[in-house]
Design a protein around this ligand. Structure first.
Ligand code: SF4
Length: 335
C-alpha cells in the first residue's frame, strides 16, 4: 500500500533552482520510487495570507507553478496536483481546528515567529489572524487527505509538531478520526542566491528560474558575486568565497570543478571565462526542463485539464475525510 505524501508550494512566483535542489528533485524521486501516493497542493489560499492585497499575482502564478512542476518531471499519472482554494473542506477543517489551538501556542511557534519578523514591512506591529493561523490551515491541508508523510526542511518541523498536537487533541476529544502525519526530513540543501545571500528569491533579485531563457541565465551569471580581491586574471583567487565556484559545484562535473578551483587559486583563470563556462553548464542542465516547460506554455488547455483532473480527485478524498470528521463531531445532521 502506497503511503499518502503531502507537499506543495505557495504560488507567489515562478519556481527557481533553489526550489529545484531544495524540494522538487526529491519530490520527483519519491514519486518515481513507487512507495508514495503524492498529493501536491498549489497553496493559493496560504499565499493570500501575506499577499491578500495582490490576488492577481497569486492567480497568475497558479499555472506558472503547475508548469514548473510538470517541467521538472512531476507526472500527473503518478502525482495528484490540485488547487487548495478549490477544496472547501480544507477551509472547513481550519475552522474546526481553530478551537483546538490557542493564540499563545501559535505565537510561540518558532517558524511563525521567524516569518512574522521577516514580514514586518507588511504587518507592522500587528499580524493578521490569517497569517498567525496558517499552521492551522496547514494541518487541515495534511489531514484532509489523511497525509502520512510530509517532506520538510528542518525549519518547518515546528509546523508538523503543531499539526500533531491538533490531531492528538481532535482524536482525544472526538474519537480516533484523523491520521497523524510523519515528517520526513529532506536532506535537500538550501541554495544561496547569486549575490551570496543565504536565501534565493524574487524580491532579492538573485535567482535563476527554471523558465529563464539562455540569455537571461547568461546575464544573471555574469553578475554573480566573485572573489572581490581578484582584479586581474593572474591574481591568486579564493573560490571558497566566490558564488561562481559555488554554482559550478551544482552544475559542473566534479573533475571540472577541481580544475576551476585549482586554476582560480593559481591565478590561471579569468573570471569572465569562468562565468561563461558556468552559464553554459546551467543552460545545458536546465535545457530539458526548459523545453518541457515550453511544451506546456504552448498548451495551456492541457495544463488546465491536469489541474482540473487533479483537483476533482482531491475533492473526492477530502469529502470522505469530512464525512468522518462531521460524524465524529456530531455535525452529521440529516444523514
Ligand atoms: Fe570565481 Fe572563477 Fe573568478 Fe575564481 S576564477 S574568483 S572561481 S569566477
Amino acid at each position: 500500500m502506497k503511503k499518502r505524501l503531502i507537499t506543495g508550494d505557495r504560488p507567489t512566483g515562478r519556481l527557481h533552482i533553489g526550489h529545484y535542489f531544495g524540494s522538487l528533485k526529491k519530490r520527483v524521486e519519491m514519486q518515481n520510487s513507487g512507495e508514495y501516493d503524492p498529493y501536491i497542493l498549489i497553496a493559493d489560499v496560504q499565499a493570500l495570507t501575506d499577499n491578500f492585497n495582490n490576488p492577481e499575482k497569486v492567480h497568475k502564478n497558479v499555472r506558472e507553478v503547475a508548469m514548473d512542476y510538470l517541467s521538472v518531471g512531476i507526472d500527473p499519472q503518478k502525482s495528484t496536483i490540485y488547487i487548495q482554494s478549490m477544496i472547501p473542506e480544507v477551509a472547513e477543517l481550519t475552522v474546526f481546528y481553530s478551537n483546538l489551538v490557542t493564540i499563545a501556542r501559535l505565537q510561540r511557534n518558532p517558524t511563525v515567529k521567524t516569518e512574522i519578523a521577516q514580514k514586518k514591512d507588511l504587518f507592522g506591529e500587528s499580524v493578521t489572524y490569517g497569517f498567525l493561523g496558517y499552521p492551522v490551515s496547514q494541518a487541515a491541508d495534511i489531514t484532509a487527505f489523511e497525509g502520512e508523510v510530509v517532506p520538510v526542511g528542518e525549519d518547518q518541523l515546528p509546523l508538523i509538531e503543531q499539526c500533531h498536537e491538533i490531531v492528538r487533541k481532535f482524536n482525544s476529544i472526538y474519537g480516533d478520526t484523523l491520521v497523524e502525519p510523519k515528517a520526513v526530513l529532506s536532506e535537500a540543501k538550501r541554495i544561496k542566491g547569486l549575490d551570496g545571500n543565504e536565501k534565493m528569491g524574487k524580491s532579492l533579485g538573485n535567482a535563476i528560474y527554471l523558465s529563464d531563457t539562455p540569455e537571461e541565465i547568461t546575464k544573471k551569471v555574469m553578475s554573480a558575486v566573485t572573489d572581490p580581491n581578484r582584479i586581474r586574471k593572474d591574481d591568486l583567487g579564493n573560490p571558497d568565497i566566490c558564488m561562481v565556484a559555488y554554482y559550478h559545484k551544482l552544475f559542473t562535473p566534479k573533475e571540472e570543478v577541481d580544475t576551476v578551483c585549482a586554476e582560480c587559486r593559481a591565478g590561471k583563470r579569468g573570471c569572465v571565462a569562468c562565468k561563461k563556462q558556468l552559464a553554459h553548464n546551467i543552460i545545458e542542465t536546465l535545457r530539458p526542463i526548459r523545453e518541457k516547460r515550453a511544451y506546456y506554455e504552448a498548451r495551456p488547455e492541457e495544463v488546465d485539464r491536469i489541474l482540473i483532473e487533479g483537483t476533482t480527485k482531491a475533492q473526492k478524498v477530502a469529502k470522505e475525510t469530512m464525512k468522518k470528521v462531521k460524524k465524529a463531531m456530531k455535525l452529521d445532521y440529516f444523514e
